[in-house]
Design a binder for this molecule. Structure first.
Ligand code: P5A
Length: 436
């Protein structure tokens, strides 16, 4: 992509309405624009990052055996009366009437809709287990939408729902998602800590939040340093029993503000980490909470009907964009981990119109594109300072800087966004490094 063509409305000034760094940087880097309170437009740069995150989430859900579907955003109120949540959910639910005065709502979550799909289409225990997921927009009329996409009213969620014949199998489905989450967040360059949590309005007997550490996080976190150092599981076989893997994570001490125990401070000593965190995922095991009232049953092995056991598993996909920025930035802007970066490489032409600079840049640009690298080419007629500042603001991991002095010697400068290290080398060597 040529920067001269790219729709990238960056801002020099810090927007006054933004209180946290990720919100400020998402506005300054031209990623999002507010449409109404807690409702955002995603511009091309923001959309690219969101798509990269979606793809990682999707790959890890598929690897864990979940199947992608798409459910409606607008739901029938009657379905929520069946589960008993229509009246319980409160003012966070956006309620709508259609032209026939029927109660509709914009889905804040999809347990009812997916349970309806299940009961209408799955009849036998032989069809179990099933785990269905979608990556779709939700609406929650939050009292205080704030911090940009971190706590929006409309936001993108990955929501998965598992159906099993008994509680042991359903725990296995829960464990599969638990492990998939550890891998998903690690691939985004994040350290996410699983923490026992309160199931709230989703319900059930067990839930875990996945918390990313960041100073601006909404929850206080207390945990053993060992959790931060533990690598995410590799080469997982999701068919095998994952309980010991899950136990190895849940047995290490981690708690929130309210829950943390003063005695743990003494036990852990210097290994106690006190920090703040952002909830990027939340998984729930709730058994028959929805399947029982909604009649989601299958014929069991003995021919008798069995109410299925369920869990649901959420990832805050749009919130993750902000969480990744909270975890990776400096005074100059965003520092994207390579897997989610909107462009992996930037080519900076310091003297547009200079024949040697143009030729070297055009060549690099063509070769990078041919090699399948997402590349942004700053071909604007702008001052060098502006170009450097923009590349850093939008967080491009590798930057190849081409100027007239260097190119006369056949040299370019290769800069890493992380740490800012610069190195002079010839263009071919720079290409090899970036493509490695
Ligand atoms: C799990 C999937 C659920 O809704 N039902 C379907 C369950 N869980 S949850 O914890 O309420 O939400 C899942 C994740 O969504 C993100 N999230 C938000 N992101 C941005 N703005 C919001 N207002 C918002 N509310 C929830 C969180 O990351 C949460 O873990």
């Amino acid at each position: 992509m040529r920067l001269s063509r790219f729709f990238l409305p960056t801002l020099k000034e810090t927007p006054s309405e933004a209180q946290i760094v990720s919100h400020r940087l998402m506005l300054r880097a031209g990623m999002i624009r507010q449409h109404a309170a807690g409702i955002y437009n995603w511009l091309p740069l923001g959309t690219k990052v969101l798509q990269n995150i979606i793809e990682i989430v999707r790959q890890e859900q598929n690897a864990a055996g979940a199947q992608e579907i798409i459910m409606p955003t607008i739901q029938s109120g009657d379905l929520w009366r069946e589960s008993g949540r229509y009246d319980d959910y409160g003012p966070e639910m956006l309620r709508i009437k259609d032209r026939h005065e029927r109660d509709m709502l914009y889905g804040p979550t999809h347990e009812e809709v997916v349970t309806d799909i299940f009961r209408n289409n799955i009849k036998s225990y032989r069809d179990l287990p099933k785990n269905l997921y979608q990556i779709h927009w939700k609406f929650r009329d939050e009292v205080r939408p704030r911090f940009g996409v971190m706590r929006g009213r409309e936001f993108l969620m990955k929501d998965a729902y598992s159906f099993d014949l008994d509680v042991a199998k359903s725990r296995h489905a829960y464990n599969q998602m638990f492990v998939a989450y550890l891998r998903t967040f690690a691939r985004m360059g994040l350290k996410a800590i699983p923490m026992k949590a309160d199931p709230g309005p989703i319900g059930g007997d067990m839930s875990h939040e996945f918390i990313v550490l960041a100073d601006t996080g909404e929850s206080a976190v207390f945990c053993d340093k060992a959790l931060l150092e533990k690598p995410a599981p590799q080469d997982v076989n999701y068919e095998t029993d994952l309980q010991s893997v899950v136990d190895s994570w849940t047995s290490i001490y981690a708690a929130t503000d309210e829950k943390h125990d003063a005695a743990m401070e003494g036990t852990l000593g210097a290994n106690l980490v006190k920090a703040r965190g952002i909830e990027v995922g939340h998984i729930f095991h709730f058994g028959v909470k929805y399947s029982e009232p909604m009649g989601a049953k299958v014929t069991g092995p003995d021919g008798n009907p069995v109410t299925v056991f369920m869990g649901s598993y959420g990832i805050g996909v749009s919130r993750l964009v902000a969480a990744i920025i909270e975890a990776g930035h400096d005074e100059n802007g965003i520092i994207w981990p390579e897997e989610v970066a909107p462009f992996k490489v930037g080519v900076v032409n310091l003297k547009v119109g200079d024949a040697a600079c143009d030729a070297a840049c055009d060549d690099l640009y063509a070769k990078l594109k041919k090699a399948g690298k997402e590349v942004i080419y700053d071909d604007r007629d702008e001052r060098a300072g502006v170009k450097f500042a923009d590349m850093d603001l939008i967080g491009i991991p590798w930057q190849i800087i081409v100027g007239p002095k260097g190119i006369a010697k056949g040299m370019v400068e290769l800069k890493r966004r992380v740490g800012g290290a610069k190195e002079e080398l010839n263009a071919e060597a720079a290409l090899i490094r970036v493509l490695a």
